[in-house]
Ligand binder design. Structure first.
Ligand SMILES: [Zn+2]
Length: 397
């Protein structure tokens, strides 16, 4: 196992490294180590994937990964799809989001390397995940979040006993403070941008599972809620590994209020530039990429390589998609988690995705993560009515 720079191909040893010494580029894992045998009943660790760890004693698992792929016929009907629409339900991961795959692997690798604790900069979900796995592993954790992080996510992080550091402004400020703290205290940085190569590598398991759950075939499209974009990489890599190098077409879904990758895609530029101030309620993809614009460029390269798309959806469309998922398929998602469904509706309507296509939407985070959005949701019987006394009466005390 070693690390390779995605930009200049320089080779580095498999230490806890976060960028290429030669050019500052993103590092990825090559020839990943694997456990001597799979761990039965332990989610992604039970599937015989090479997850960069060879010592079973380093793995602190909560059963992450191995999530269901649900056929969604009632959702398909509502959005006008005539082909198969599938939901990859990442909300059932142990801490409620897909981040558990990356964090569990990054924490295991940190333990294997004998590191004394972890740091994670997060908009909430990765921080909650890091706090949970640190608790499970018996490691101290420092979680750095923007001050506007949803209350439920802050409560979840604190519940696991992690030390919480709040930073003014948007996510990229927290990212910078996370780098400083990890360096100063010699802790493993498990931040879930492209920073930690071992964490990113584990996201390939989502692609493996999709391929296997579809009976060994590729879907036509996979729609992925996208901040920096490591889940885009994970899905593409996993599908390629399973299918002899081919991939579905990927759609990177961002919010209109924070869409640096979409802006580059639409203008035909191949270099992503940082976004100004994010203005979306979808906290999980509210990442302006300030200081790590290369992450966005790497994701854009992957999307283009699959002949995919990058699209932005309005908060109102996300809210409508949350209601559709809950009321038509029984799946409670946070705003980021429903953004892929919002994008699907738009792309079917404008013809960029054919109605008869086989489509997978990644639903990345649970609705409990940001419950104030649900508290403000109009009741189903009058979805076009403003929230008023009626909604208040419907709520339990
Ligand atoms: Zn390099």
């Amino acid at each position: 196992m070693h690390l390779v720079c995605v930009d200049c191909a320089a080779r580095h040893p498999a230490e806890m490294r976060y960028s290429c010494e030669r050019c500052g580029g993103i590092l990825e894992v090559a020839e990943p180590a694997r456990l001597p045998r799979p761990l039965p009943g332990a989610g992604m660790w039970s599937a015989d994937a090479a997850l960069c760890v060879s010592d079973p004693a380093a793995v602190a698992t909560l059963g992450e990964g191995g999530t269901p792929l649900h056929r969604a016929p009632r959702l398909a009907e509502a959005v006008g799809a005539t082909g198969q629409v599938w939901i990859k339900d990442e909300t059932v991961n142990p801490s409620g989001s897909f981040k558990d795959r990356a964090v569990a692997a990054a924490v295991a690798r940190a333990r294997e390397l004998g590191m004394a604790g972890i740091v994670c900069a997060s908009s909430g979900n990765a921080g909650a995940s890091a706090a949970a796995y640190a608790a499970r592993a018996g490691l101290p954790a420092i979680i750095v979040v923007p001050t506007h992080t949803p209350d439920e996510k802050l409560t979840q992080i604190a519940a696991y006993g992690a030390r919480l550091v709040r930073v003014d402004g948007h996510y990229s400020n927290a990212y910078r403070v996370g780098l400083e703290l990890a360096e100063r205290h010699a802790l493993a940085n498990v931040t879930t941008t492209y920073l930690n190569p071992y964490g990113v590598d584990a996201l390939k398991t989502a692609g493996h599972e999709i391929f296997d759950q579809l009976g060994g075939r590729l879907p036509d499209w996979v729609l992925v809620p996208t901040g920096a974009g490591p889940l885009v990489k994970g899905v593409v890599q996993g599908l390629r590994e399973r299918s002899g190098g081919r991939s579905a077409r990927l759609v990177a879904v961002q919010a209109e209020g924070c869409a640096p990758i979409v802006r580059a895609f639409e203008s035909g530029r191949r270099e992503v530039e940082a976004w100004g101030t994010p203005t979306t309620f979808a906290s999980g993809i509210s990442d302006p990429l300030v200081g790590y614009e290369r992450d966005g460029t790497h994701t854009l390269d992957l999307v283009i390589a699959t002949e995919g798309l990058a699209v932005a959806v309005a908060d109102a469309a996300i809210r409508a998609a949350m209601a559709l998922l809950a009321r038509r398929e029984g799946l409670l998602a946070e705003p980021t988690g429903a953004s892929a469904v919002a994008a699907l509706e738009m792309l079917l309507a404008d013809g960029r995705i054919g109605r008869d296509a086989t489509i997978v939407c990644m639903v990345t985070g649970h609705g409990f993560k940001d419950f104030k959005v649900w508290r403000a949701m109009p009741p189903a019987s009058g979805a076009d009515l403003p929230v008023g006394d009626r909604a208040a009466e419907d709520r339990p005390g």
